[in-house]
Structure formats: structure tokens, C-alpha cells
Design a protein around this ligand. Structure first.
Ligand SMILES: Nc1nc2c(ncn2[C@@H]2O[C@H](COP(=O)(O)OP(=O)(O)OP(=O)(O)O)[C@@H](O)[C@H]2O)c(=O)[nH]1
Ligand SMILES: [Mg+2]
Length: 259
């Protein structure tokens, strides 16, 4: 039983994680690969893909709110800790899966998922080949200072988890192509991002410019993949990048552990 890699889809609430898991799974199936999905969001009311493993079998956000008399925000925090207790249950299910990629839909409140201790247990403990697909929200990313805040979230994830990180600009059908091109250029060349910040007036520009100095030391310059689940854009680019990272870009079958 084996898989090439396990990919966590993370990013701000509503960035399109669940939809991208669905579109990427569809793309893989259409191209002859096998992807199994895992829903780690106990608060999801419905998910747009066929769920392979579902944490809602263990507990749901509504049950936690009820049991602990909490509102949705407090319950999210409890859920993220309860999730850590499910590591053995999840590990047991995953070890029986034989597929190319395991696609994990992270909980909606990604900041919680990334910053609580539970995430360490997950990201380090479930698979020897783990990657993070980090979604950048297109509307938050379309101004230079907004893009810097998205980079900060990505860099926090990168610092906490020493695993490959694949940045994706999601829902790019919602912004003009010219803007998509600028954002992709900012990601690949922080000098150009800095020049764009210099042109934006006021404290926001100054602060972002200072933050950028920190980000430079993390050498986060990278290839940002524009994607649209609605239009099926970016799936092949995402696949090529993860495949290059986990299987040296060659055919998956040749690299699968036959055990
Ligand atoms: N236009 C457009 N809308 C999209 C795309 N992907 C997702 N959406 C919409 O964006 C909204 C949020 O998508 P989800 O996939 O639920 O986002 P999420 O990150 O899983 O959300 P949470 O789990 O609640 O944080 C839904 O209304 C989707 O239909 C896309 O590529 N283009
Ligand atoms: Mg979701």
C-alpha cells in the first residue's frame, strides 16, 4: 500500500480549498491518476467531492458546540485540538490506501489549523511525503500590500513545517488577466513587488515594505500557479510541480512503493 504524496490544501477561509480539491481530483481521474480525498473540516456542511475519509464520522462542529456549550469560534478551537486525537484513526485508514495522491481538505479556519500544535502532529506524522498547497485569495492578493499579507501567511506555514510548499493563486477567473500576470510577477520577483509598494502611498506601503525585508530573508520567491476551479485552469501546472517535487518529474508508477 502506498501513495506518492499527501497534499494539504490550506489557505484563508473561503479561498476555494474544497473546490480545488474537487477540481484537482477530477483532473487527476481524467488523466489516469488516482487521488483519494480526506475531509478534515468538521464544520463542513457539504463538500464538492466524493469523500474518501471523513473526519465528520468522528465528530462535527455542531456536536462540539452542543457538547461544550460553545459558539462556532470557540468550538473551532476545540475541534482543532480534538483533531489531534484522531491521528491514529486517520493514520490507520491512510496506510490502507493505494493511490497516487492523497488530497487533504484542511479546515476552513486555516490559521487555526496551521498555528495550533495539532497541525504539527498531522503534517509531520501522517506520511513521509507531505506537501502544502497554499491558496492565495485573488481579491486579497490583488494589491501589493494585500499580497504581502498573503505571503506572510505562506511564510508562517513554511517556517513551521519544513515540507514543500506549492503556492496557488485561486479563483483567478475573478480578477482580470492583467492583474493575474502582475501577481504572478510579484511572487517570482520581490524587487518588482517592492517597486509596486513604493508607489502605494501612506503607512500601509511603508509597513508592507518593512515586512518584505523579513520575507526576503526567507527566500520565498517562487512560481505562483494561477488556477481557476471554475474554468479548470492550473490543474496541470499544479500536478507538474508536485510531481517534480515528489517523483522527480517522472512517471508516478515508476516511483510507487510496490510494498
Ligand atoms: N469564481 C470562482 N469561484 C470559486 C472558485 N473556486 C471556488 N469558488 C467559490 O468560492 C466559494 C468558496 O469555495 P470553497 O471551495 O468552499 O472554499 P474553502 O476555502 O473550502 O472555504 P472554507 O472551507 O469555508 O474556508 C464557493 O462559493 C465556491 O463556489 C473558482 O475557481 N472560481
Ligand atoms: Mg472548505
Amino acid at each position: 500500500m502506498a501513495h506518492t504524496a499527501l497534499l494539504y490544501f490550506v489557505g484563508p477561509a473561503g479561498a476555494g480549498k474544497s473546490t480545488l480539491v474537487a477540481s484537482f481530483q477530477d483532473w487527476m481521474t481524467a488523466n489516469g491518476y488516482e487521488a483519494v480525498t480526506v475531509n478534515l473540516d468538521p464544520g463542513a456542511e457539504s463538500v464538492p467531492y466524493e469523500v474518501g475519509i471523513d473526519v465528520r464520522e468522528r465528530f462535527t462542529l455542531a456536536e462540539v458546540m452542543d457538547e461544550y456549550s460553545l459558539g462556532p469560534n470557540g468550538a473551532q478551537v476545540v475541534c482543532s485540538d480534538l483533531l489531534a486525537l484522531e491521528i491514529d484513526w486517520l493514520g490507520n485508514q491512510i496506510k490502507d490506501i493505494d493511490c497516487d495522491y492523497i488530497l487533504v481538505d484542511a479546515p476552513g479556519q486555516t490559521e487555526l489549523f496551521l498555528y495550533r500544535e495539532a497541525s504539527n502532529i498531522f503534517i509531520r506524522g501522517l506520511s513521509p511525503s507531505t506537501g502544502l498547497v497554499m491558496l492565495f485569495d485573488p481579491l486579497l492578493s490583488s494589491t501589493p500590500s494585500g499580497f504581502v499579507t498573503q505571503l506572510l501567511l505562506a511564510s508562517a506555514a513554511h517556517l513551521r513545517f519544513p515540507v514543500p510548499l506549492f503556492p496557488v493563486l485561486s479563483k483567478c477567473d475573478l480578477i482580470e488577466q492583467e492583474k493575474v500576470d502582475s501577481v504572478v510577477e510579484w511572487a517570482s520577483n520581490l524587487d518588482i513587488l517592492e517597486m509596486s509598494l513604493d508607489m502605494s502611498a501612506g503607512m500601509e506601503g511603508v509597513l508592507s515594505s518593512e515586512m518584505l525585508k523579513v520575507l526576503r530573508t526567507l527566500t520565498l520567491e517562487s512560481h505562483l500557479i494561477p488556477s481557476s476551479s471554475k474554468e479548470g485552469q492550473g490543474m496541470e501546472d499544479l500536478y507538474s510541480l508536485v510531481q517534480a517535487s515528489f517523483a522527480g518529474g517522472e512517471d508516478i508508477e515508476a516511483h510507487r512503493d510496490p510494498s
